[in-house]
Write a protein that binds this ligand. Sequence first.
Ligand SMILES: [Zn+2]
Length: 223
Amino acid sequence: MPYQTNDHHPAFEEYCETIFELQEDGVDVIQARIVERLQVSRPAVSEMIKKMKDADLVLFNGNAIFLSDKGKRLANQVVRRHRLAERFLTDVLGLSWAEAHHEAGKWEHVVSPRVEAAFLKLLEDPTTCPHGNPIPGSDYQVPEGTSALAEINVGNEFVIERIPEELEFQPGLLEFLEDANLIPGITGKVTAVSPDGTTTVDVRGSQVGVGAFASQRILVCTP
Ligand SMILES: [Zn+2]
């Protein structure tokens, strides 16, 4: 049967979301990146990408994969439901960041337009997920003057703006950041940078070392 946008097809949703989020993080999307992000086999990815092409969800430029307009619509819907569900799970139900991210990966496929509208009303039209990533279709305004935490000089203050989706997939990292209070809206100060790229920050009187991988990706602005 030909694929229709209204059909429930979690695998297509998952892949459209993944391509969207890789692009959002500035990654050039090729099959290998999808293999890494979804932790599935290369043949499984190439099979699914072929099905997505037949369903008019993706386009190619050489090896590079792009979402078609139809693919973008589906991605926007799934990412919006994921980020709204994360907000509900943390703000209303009190789940931790990591739990919310994991649970929202299931909710994103089952939230209906009716439930989505109810979330928007209850949560008062949020513009980002709890990690600071924009909710597609919301009034999100790109903040001015953001940079990576790694670019802040020793002695300077910063406000955490956003933990990109890429970091949400690093095992244990969301738990670490939440425990260390490194969450959007929090002000901190860079106190040291070590040769291996670890940035030590002072947040609410505690010193925390953020490894190079995370500090090059966490987006901050100046207070
Ligand atoms: Zn999130």
